[in-house]
Design a protein around this ligand. Structure first.
Ligand code: HEM
Length: 331
């Protein structure tokens, strides 16, 4: 009996420790602003300079960089697993279908090489992703926030985990809320972070069902403004072929609150953007950001806050993981 009690209490202690370490993971303990102030004081300046150069040549890279950080953080946490090449062919996160259209890997590599020249082996690829996302937003006219750093890089990247963890473009609002909640993010974070779609593009493929086969009866999503739907049908073929489309029509290279106006007018491109109107918290946020005179400022502030929170998901800190020498390979 005594042995049983001891086994039970050891099990209980282990459970508590597991829960506490899980919480630490989730709340970004070990991250802080200015983490490299002593060890690599120019890290953020070098990153900004390199990213500015890339974006000045091709403004669409800003969206690509912002999306990379999101796709990193939602799979195994923000530990740069999205950047790793497959150990076995086709096996890494970047090989998973939701990641086929990720871009901007070269820019991250350029930032890493430039920083390595100043301070070798100090700055993680995971932090570079967070800094790149932050700088992408400010360089496209969006807000600036102080980015937390101190992340370390993971050593595992599995395509099936990307499939399991990234929200699908067909998710309804309940699935979106559930997916964000599983990462410690609220409904407000969902509404705010969806505003990342103020920049960037999507392929016709991701809206084919919305246009041509919404409920399996060759119908169009009734939540889509009919004029907008006809415009889109002219561009996108039923099989998914067609050009890339602006996520925020007419304003896809500027980080602003215009996206919410489009969503409110049923002109949000993705099913998941339109779905923000189907929950009272996310709908209220869309309405506020599309009508308030202070929309730009409040969206900018909110976006910075939610990005910092997203950047804390499942981070590795202290002695965990490693500082990769090259972002596509473990050391
Ligand atoms: C709420 C759930 C989300 C879903 C379902 C979703 C889905 C998508 C899809 C389907 C695309 C187009 C991809 C393609 O056509 O290949 C896209 C693009 C993009 N997403 Fe999201 N996304 C979500 C949230 C986010 C978040 C939280 C961020 C960043 C914080 C983000 C940033 C972007 C950006 C910037 C692009 C444009 C990329 C480019 O132009 O290369 N998304 N997203």
């Amino acid at each position: 009996m005594a042995v049983q009690t001891r086994v039970v209490s050891i099990f209980f202690i282990q459970l508590v420790l597991l829960a506490v370490s899980g919480l630490n993971r989730a709340n970004g303990a070990g991250l802080r602003t200015g983490y490299y102030d002593e060890s690599c004081p120019d890290a953020e300046t070098i990153a900004l300079k390199t990213i500015r150069k890339a974006i000045s040549k091709d403004v669409t890279l800003a969206a690509a960089l912002l999306r990379l950080h999101f796709h990193d953080c939602f799979v195994r946490g923000c530990e740069a697993s999205v950047l790793l090449d497959a150990a076995e062919e086709g096996d890494a996160e970047k090989d998973a279908s939701p990641n086929f259209s990720l871009r901007g890997y070269d820019v991250i590599d350029d930032v890493k090489s430039a920083i390595e020249k100043s301070c070798p082996g100090v700055v993680s690829c995971a932090d570079i992703l967070a800094l790149a996302a932050r700088d992408a937003v400010r360089l496209t006219g969006g807000s600036f926030w102080k980015a937390e750093t101190g992340r370390r890089d993971g050593r595992i990247s599995l395509s099936k985990e990307a499939d399991e963890n990234l929200p699908s473009s067909n998710f309804n609002i309940a699935q979106l809320k559930q997916n964000f909640a599983s990462k410690g993010l609220t409904k407000k974070d969902l509404a705010v972070l969806s505003g990342a779609h103020t920049i960037g593009v999507a392929s016709c493929f991701v809206i084919t069902d919305r246009l041509y086969n919404f409920t399996g009866r060759s119908d169009t999503d009734p939540a889509l403004d009919p004029t907008f739907a006809s415009e889109l049908k002219k561009k996108c073929k039923p099989g998914g072929g067609g050009p890339f489309l602006e996520l925020d029509q007419g304003s896809s290279t500027i980080s602003d609150a215009h996206f919410y106006k489009a969503v409110r007018q049923n002109r949000g491109l993705l099913t998941t953007d339109a779905a923000l109107l189907n929950d009272h918290v996310t709908r209220a946020y869309v309405n506020r950001q599309s009508t308030s005179a202070a929309a730009g400022a409040t969206f900018g502030r909110d976006f910075g806050e939610s990005m910092v929170k997203m950047g804390e998901i499942g981070v590795l800190t202290g002695n965990e993981g490693e500082i990769r020498k090259r972002c596509a390979f473990v050391n």
